[in-house]
Design a protein around this ligand. Structure first.
Ligand code: IPM
Ligand code: MG
Length: 367
C-alpha cells in the first residue's frame, strides 16, 4: 500500500521546485491519507562535487528500490568542462539506462488560461493536447561505437552510432498504440526512413506490429523533419507522436514550446512491466536546471507538481488524486496567478513558494 518515492532534486532550480512538490505530497498524505514513504538523495552536478560521480551506486540502488523516482533537473555551466561520463547529464542518462526506462511520455498541453503565452496564433494551438512518446534507452544516445578518435593524417574523427533492434522498436511502439487507445486513437511514427536504415527498420517494424495487434488504431508515418514543420503549421493533427531518442529530444522541445512555457510540462519515463504489472518509473519536469534563475526563488514549480500528478496516475493508480491535482493547477492559472515565465507583459508575478501556496490553497478548496 505504502508507495516508496525517491526524490532527486538535482541542480539549478531543481531543489526549489522539488521543495514545492514535497509540500504537495505532504498535503496528500495529511488530507487524503495517501501513504508515501519519501526519501531524498543527490544526483547530477551536486553529486559530482560531493562524490566525484553524478550518480553514486547507493543512489542508484535507492532508485532501483523505489516505486517511483521524482527528479528535478541536472546540469549547469559549472560542470561544462567535466568529462562526458562524469557530467551531471551522465547521471540522468545512467538512471534511464539502469532502470530500463525506455518509454518517455512528454505531453504538450495548451492550458486555456495560457493560450497567449504561445508564440503561435491562438487559433493554431487552442485545445492542443499532444503526447510525444520518445524512445529513451537506445539510438544514438547509447549506440556503439562512439568516441573521438585520432586519424593517421592528424585529423580527429567523432563517431556516434544510431542503432535500433526489432525488439526495441516493438516495445516502444506497443506503448504508443496502447496510449493512443486511451486518447484519440492515432499514432504518427516519425523517423528518417528516406536516408537512414535504422529509420527504415523502424517504419517496417512499427507497421508489422500495427498489422498484427493494433489495427483499430490509426497509424501514419512521417519523416521527422516534416513532423517538425507540421508541428508549427497544424499541431492539432497529432495525437501520439512515436519517435526515437534523438528526434524525440528535438521534437519534444519544439512541441513544448507550442504551449508557451517549458515551465508547465511534466514527463514520465517508464520501464517494462514486471510479473506484477509494475513498471520502474521516473517523473521529471521537462525544463532544465535553468542556472540563470537558480536560487532566486522565481522558478515555476508547476511542471514538477504536474509530474507528481503523472506519478499518481501512471505508477500508483491514484487517478482521482491525479485529477484533483491537475484541476488545482488549472484553477490557479484561471485565477491569474503567474510565475514570471508564464506571465503576460505587465502581469503581476509570484515566486516559487507563493505558487506552491496557491496550489495548496486550490487543493484545500477542492476538498
Ligand atoms: C532531455 C534533455 C537530456 C536529453 C539531456 C539533459 C541529457 O535534453 O531530457 O530532453 O538530451 O535527453
Ligand atoms: Mg532535451
Amino acid at each position: 500500500m505504502t508507495k516508496k518515492i525517491l526524490i532527486l532534486p538535482g541542480d539549478g532550480i531543481g531543489p526549489e521546485v522539488m521543495g514545492e512538490v514535497r509540500r504537495v505530497l505532504d498535503w496528500f498524505q495529511q488530507k487524503r491519507g495517501l501513504k508515501m514513504d519519501i526519501a531524498e538523495d543527490i544526483v547530477g552536478g551536486i553529486a559530482f562535487d560531493k562524490n566525484g560521480t553524478p550518480l553514486a551506486a547507493e543512489t542508484l540502488a535507492k532508485a532501483q528500490d523505489a516505486d517511483a523516482v521524482l527528479l528535478g533537473a541536472v546540469g549547469g555551466p559549472k560542470w561544462a568542462s567535466v568529462a562526458y561520463d562524469k557530467r551531471p547529464e551522465a547521471g540522468l542518462l545512467a538512471l534511464r539506462k539502469e532502470l530500463g526506462l525506455f518509454a518517455n511520455l512528454r505531453p504538450a498541453i495548451v492550458f486555456d488560461a495560457l493560450i497567449d503565452a504561445s508564440t503561435l496564433k491562438a487559433d493554431v494551438v487552442r485545445g492542443l493536447d499532444i503526447m510525444i512518446l520518445r524512445e529513451l534507452t537506445g539510438g544514438v544516445y547509447f549506440g556503439e561505437p562512439r568516441g573521438i578518435f585520432d586519424m593517421p593524417d592528424g585529423q580527429r574523427r567523432g563517431i556516434n552510432t544510431q542503432v535500433y533492434t526489432t525488439s526495441e522498436i516493438h516495445r516502444i511502439a506497443r506503448v504508443a498504440f496502447e496510449l493512443a487507445r486511451q486518447r484519440r486513437n492515432k499514432v504518427c511514427s516519425c523517423e528518417k526512413a528516406n536516408v537512414m536504415e535504422s529509420g527504415l527498420l523502424w517504419r517496417e517494424e512499427v507497421t508489422k506490429l500495427h498489422a498484427a495487434e493494433f489495427k483499430d488504431v490509426e497509424l501514419t508515418h512521417m519523416y521527422a523533419d516534416n513532423c517538425a514543420m507540421q508541428l508549427l503549421r497544424a499541431p492539432s493533427q497529432f495525437d501520439v507522436i512515436l519517435t526515437d531518442n534523438l528526434f524525440g529530444d528535438v521534437l519534444s522541445d519544439e512541441a513544448a514550446m507550442l504551449t508557451g512555457s517549458l515551465g508547465m510540462l511534466p514527463s514520465a519515463s517508464l520501464g517494462a512491466p514486471d510479473a506484477k504489472g509494475q513498471r520502474k518509473a521516473m517523473y521529471e519536469p521537462i525544463h532544465g536546471s535553468a542556472p540563470d534563475i537558480a536560487g532566486k526563488g522565481v522558478a515555476n514549480p508547476l511542471a514538477s507538481i504536474l509530474s507528481a500528478a503523472m506519478m499518481f496516475r501512471y505508477s500508483f493508480g491514484w487517478a482521482a488524486e491525479a485529477d484533483q491535482l491537475e484541476t488545482a493547477v488549472k484553477n490557479v492559472l484561471n485565477a491569474g496567478i503567474r510565475t514570471a515565465d508564464i506571465a503576460a507583459k505587465g502581469q503581476k508575478t509570484v515566486g516559487t513558494v507563493a505558487m506552491g501556496d496557491a496550489v495548496i490553497e486550490a487543493l484545500n478548496r477542492l476538498s
